[in-house]
Design a protein around this ligand. Structure first.
Ligand code: 13P
Length: 252
């Protein structure tokens, strides 16, 4: 099996004022500046990207955004373009998060445009997929995730070696209810099989698949130990330096 370096990203969502973001990034830096065993990414809100980017600029920690528009400029009030993220030295961008899909109506077609625009701008997309509780209970989880991947990655193949997938079951996000390590592994293996159909074995085996949904210091190690789980996308537990650092170290 190919070696895949684990990647842990903190999705701060709509949290942290500038001063709070500065404190959190500085505290994380104190612990992880020299840490190389795991790729670490911080995704603060847009307003804190510049400040957090400056704080971590002399470390191995990378900067990511939580969303972007697919066009490079124009009349899109309230939106942020790929080149604007590049301006701030972002390296990653979370796309298709379930909150973007369910609250803001993002479709697979929109997400596919964003993934393509991110890759074209040399940003690594973290493409989120995952089923709702209803979909899982009715046995449709595999099918839903398959559709999200096929539609979200439409028209892409070799470029996909530069992408990260995050499997985030909607029922596990912010609920305290985590997928069991077996549920996570089963779905991650399914995701990798689909990636293999889309992009071939070599590319599929290089793509990192994060798990997200109520990851905490107490459950991280067991989830990260699964063969197809290559790290985590962390929400609530990334808002505090100590718990985020513990989770990162659990991946190491
Ligand atoms: P929680 O870790 O708070 O469940 O959030 C997960 C998530 O949505 C990360 O993108």
């Amino acid at each position: 099996m190919k070696f895949r370096k684990k990647i842990v990203a903190g999705n701060w969502k709509m949290n942290k004022t500038l001063a709070d973001a500065e404190n959190l990034a500085s505290a994380i830096k104190l612990d992880l500046a020299e840490y190389r065993e795991v790729d670490v990414v911080l995704c603060p809100p847009f307003t804190a990207l510049k400040t957090v980017g400056e704080i971590i600029s002399d470390t191995h920690i990378k900067l990511g955004a939580q969303n972007m528009h697919w066009e490079s400029s124009g009349a899109f009030t309230g939106e942020i373009s790929p080149s604007m993220l590049r301006d701030l030295f972002c390296r990653y961008v979370i796309l298709g998060h379930s909150e973007r899909r369910s609250i803001f109506g993002e479709t697979d077609t929109m997400i596919n445009r964003k993934v393509k625009a991110a890759l074209a701008a040399n940003l690594t997309p973290i493409l989120c997929v995952g089923e709702t509780l209803d979909q899982r209970d009715s046995g449709k989880a595999g099918e839903v995730v398959r559709h999200q991947l096929i539609a979200g990655l439409e028209g892409l193949k070799d470029e996909l070696k530069n992408i990260v997938i995050a499997y985030e079951p909607v029922w596990a996000i912010g609920t305290g209810r985590t997928a069991t390590p077996e549920q996570a592994q089963d779905m991650h293996a399914h995701v990798r099989r689909i990636l293999c159909e889309i992009a071939g074995e070599e590319t599929a085996s290089a793509i990192r698949i994060q798990y997200g949904g109520s990851v905490k210091p107490s459950n991280a190690a067991e989830i990260f130990r699964q063969p197809d789980v290559d790290g985590g996308l962390i929400g609530g537990a990334s808002l505090e330096a100590r718990s985020f650092v513990e989770i990162v170290r659990a991946a190491g």
